[in-house]
Design a protein around this ligand. Structure first.
Ligand code: UDP
Ligand code: MG
Length: 136
């Protein structure tokens, strides 16, 4: 059974700043995730707060919003078989020091906050997050 999904990926400021956009995109395309849309943007802290509102009760929320709005990011729609799970697998664990070898966060992440990429974690959130950046 084919299970073609779309998911939202973000290349975060730490990775954009280090010119890792093409290296990260290549990991997706070489692993059967095609990039349907891609744009480089710089969001405000308020937009970041809206995007990350599921985390509003967390102690790291304010720093997270400041960080995501600190510089340009690349937002993408990735498409492929089981795209949500496959993208999360390619990303690796939230904290780069716990991420498996050859995952994006192991290769490029600096710390738990500067972990280079975001990826939707469920079908429902993928729809919401794609809508947030691409359908407004
Ligand atoms: N984060 C953080 N400190 C923490 C946990 C998370 O700065 O203790 C940041 C980190 O950048 C992470 C984001 O908040 O990517 C969202 O957290 P989540 O638990 O959803 O991790 P993810 O889905 O990105 O792996
Ligand atoms: Mg998450």
């Amino acid at each position: 059974m084919s299970n073609i999904e779309q998911t939202l990926s973000i290349i975060k400021p730490d990775a954009v700043e280090r010119n890792l956009i093409e290296d990260i995109k290549k990991i997706f395309t070489e692993n059967n995730l095609s990039i349907k849309e891609s744009k480089k943007i710089h969001i405000s802290k308020d937009e970041a707060a809206d995007f990350y509102k599921v985390h509003q009760s967390k102690p790291f929320y304010n720093d997270l919003c400041l960080y995501l709005s600190s510089g340009p990011i690349v937002v993408m729609i990735l498409e492929g078989k089981n795209a949500i799970k496959e993208n999360r697998k390619l990303m690796g664990a939230t904290d780069p020091k716990d991420a498996e070898n050859n995952t994006i966060r192991k290769l490029y992440g600096i710390s738990i906050d500067k972990n280079s990429v975001h990826g939707s974690d469920s079908l429902e959130n993928a729809k919401k997050e794609i809508e947030f950046f691409f359908k407004s």
